[in-house]
Ligand binder design. Structure first.
Ligand SMILES: Cc1cc2nc3c(=O)[nH]c(=O)nc-3n(C[C@H](O)[C@H](O)[C@H](O)COP(=O)(O)OP(=O)(O)OC[C@H]3O[C@@H](n4cnc5c(N)ncnc54)[C@H](O)[C@@H]3O)c2cc1C
Length: 468
């Protein structure tokens, strides 16, 4: 993340009142009743204090706030759902554009599209579209913001079936660094549309997104669990299965500690186990037959898979991961999972440092491979797996231990990786890792950045340096 703007600027009261007069939403400052609450982001490890938080209600508010930040040379952060691991939805001393007041969603059931404002979470989108028996690919936790997840790519339960979230994005309304408003789509500002499909928040504030919807209503999914002693066998089975499975079947692999609560059977509470969390979105009457060979090959110890409404599957783990926990994560893409890599996974899974800490591998083959490495800014279309190693705990006293575990685990596996990670699951790791995430697409991103944001106003993100 590059800090190119001034971070502390003495603002005159008259200047602040000028911004207030241009906004329909509230402008919060230290001392205001709601300010402390508004400073908080999802990851409690992040503790930043902006000078101003602009609670935007519409595009006009966003334009006013962008112009104000640029004219006063303030550090500018943009917050969608606030889920960024490194806290890229906030900043110290500068101005935060908080989009959480922009919640409009309009579903067009005949065109099967949804226009979604920049402050929505995926749970809100699911709620709106499920009423029409429709959905679009998103992630795994319904409280995640549409903004950050989409702009970074979006890997989730439907990646193998319908591609990444960006593969279902038809257009984006944006406020640019100069305060102008544009729509980016295949027809308009096609270069910008290419860049925002994976390039993160580098190019402007996305005030709304237009998504393609699909007839997804009740799917067949949920977790299956096995003891850790079977992890190598389950992982090998899953690798071979998911590389060749019909595209309607998605299933991500996880190492977990079983939460000490229903519906998990008591005898497994707090045991480390491995899991596959399934989502089959094909014909429900064929589901049992499709899952029979899975159940026969590696019979699960606990089996929750069955018919489940899409929004329920999407929010299954929300309660386990409420806002306010400490988070630290590391990521890599993989083309394959070698025997040696599996041995290392088994080794580090036995050391899961806290109950919430976990490791996930999401399959991103199938429909996600229909786009080439250069069709969108998201570069790793030739990878089959996206790995995230996550240290999570309520108690900051455990941070050192869980960060150490995540780093050691990542370092051990990195030599087997495709060479870069998913920008949405990186911490603040510097330019080299951002470049590694974009590979050959980085130079084109830097050129488009130079066109739309030459002074790098939008730099509180996985930053792309504008080319000179
Ligand atoms: C519990 C959890 C589960 C997750 N699961 C998944 C998953 O299944 N799949 C997946 O792909 N990712 C997942 N992620 C990662 C997630 O995609 C990123 O953390 C993402 O950045 C969150 O977006 P946000 O809008 O909530 O975050 P924010 O912190 O608000 O923003 C993150 C970044 O995006 C920018 N941004 C956000 N909204 C806008 C906007 N409207 N216009 C311009 N810039 C914007 C911000 O400036 C910032 O740089 C998960 C994260 C968490 C914490």
């Amino acid at each position: 993340m590059m800090e190119q703007q001034n971070t502390t600027v003495a603002l005159e009261e008259t200047e602040i009142q000028e911004l207030v007069s241009h906004m329909r939403g509230e402008l919060l400052r230290p001392g205001d009743a709601d300010f402390e609450q508004a400073c908080r982001v999802y990851n409690a490890m992040i503790n930043k204090r902006p000078a101003l938080i602009a609670h935007c209600m519409d595009v006009a508010d966003v334009i006013a706030a962008v112009n104000f930040a640029r004219e006063h040379e303030l550090t500018l952060a943009v917050r969608g759902g606030g889920h960024s691991g490194p806290g890229l939805g906030t900043c110290d001393d500068g101005l935060v554009i908080d989009l959480s007041g922009m919640k409009g969603i309009r579903v067009d059931p005949s065109a099967r599209t949804a226009r979604v404002e920049g402050g929505c979470t995926w749970g809100e989108v699911d709620h709106a579209t499920h009423a029409f028996g429709l959905a679009t690919p998103s992630g795994f936790i319904s409280t995640t913001g549409v903004g950050g997840l989409t702009l970074g790519g979006g890997t989730g339960y439907l990646s193998r079936t319908l591609g990444l979230t960006i593969d279902n994005l038809l257009g984006v309304d944006m406020v640019l660094a100069d305060g102008s408003f544009v729509t980016a789509s295949a027809q308009e500002h096609a270069d910008l549309f290419w860049a925002v499909r994976g390039g993160g928040g580098n190019f402007g504030v996305a005030t709304s997104f237009l998504f393609q919807l699909h007839p997804i209503s009740t799917v067949y999914g949920g977790p299956m669990l096995w003891p850790l002693e079977q992890a190598a066998d389950v992982m090998k089975f899953w690798r071979d299965f998911i590389l060749n499975a019909p595209e309607e079947i998605n299933g991500w692999f996880a190492f977990i500690t079983v939460p000490p609560a229903p519906p998990f059977p008591e005898q497994f509470h707090l045991q480390k186990m491995c899991a596959i969390v399934w989502c089959y979105s094909g014909a429900l009457e064929q589901a049992d037959a499709l899952f029979q060979p899975i159940r026969a090959s590696v019979p699960p110890t606990v089996d929750f898979a069955g018919p489940i409404p899409w929004p329920v599957l999407q929010s299954l783990f929300d309660a386990l991961y409420p806002p306010g926990l400490q988070w630290y994560w590391k990521t890599d893409f993989f083309k394959d999972l070698s025997e040696k890599a599996i041995d290392l996974h088994v080794k580090y899974s036995a050391q899961l440092p806290t109950m919430h800490s976990t490791m996930h591998i999401y399959p991103i083959n199938g429909a996600a491979h229909r786009a080439s490495t250069s069709d969108t800014a998201f570069s790793f279309r030739d990878a089959n797996f996206s790995e995230v190693i996550v240290g999570v705990d309520p108690d900051p006293a455990n941070n050192e231990r869980m960060i150490g575990w995540a780093r050691d685990y990542w370092m051990a596996l990195h030599p087997y990786s495709a060479g870069g990670g998913y920008i949405n699951m990186m911490m603040d790791e510097g330019t080299d890792n951002v470049k590694a995430a974009y590979r050959d697409n980085y130079d084109r991103l830097a050129q488009i950045k130079a066109t739309y944001d030459p002074s790098n106003l939008f730099h509180v993100n996985q930053n792309i340096t504008p080319s000179r």
